[in-house]
Design a protein around this ligand. Structure first.
Ligand SMILES: [Zn+2]
Length: 77
């Protein structure tokens, strides 16, 4: 019966180590909160309807349902 005690203790130690190894913050929590040092990393990217280039949503030009990288492309469409 003594081996069962040691096996149980070993399992408890492994579980405790696994908990310690886990990162303190989940990746979902970090992406939902904008990083003050790099605000662009958390920002949504949109695709220009004219040239298909990707750019941050804050820099995009919205024209109706479509978004464009610049006013020029919005006028061309
Ligand atoms: Zn464009």
């Amino acid at each position: 019966m003594r081996i069962l005690f040691w096996l149980g203790l070993l399992v408890l130690i492994i579980l405790a180590l696994k908990k310690k190894m886990q990162p303190p913050r989940s990746p979902v929590a970090t992406t939902s909160r904008p990083d003050p040092q790099n605000p662009a990393s958390a920002e949504a990217m949109v695709c220009c309807a004219h040239c298909q280039i990707y750019l941050p949503a804050s820099e995009a030009v919205q024209r109706g349902e479509q978004v464009y990288c610049s006013k020029e492309h919005a006028d061309l469409a």
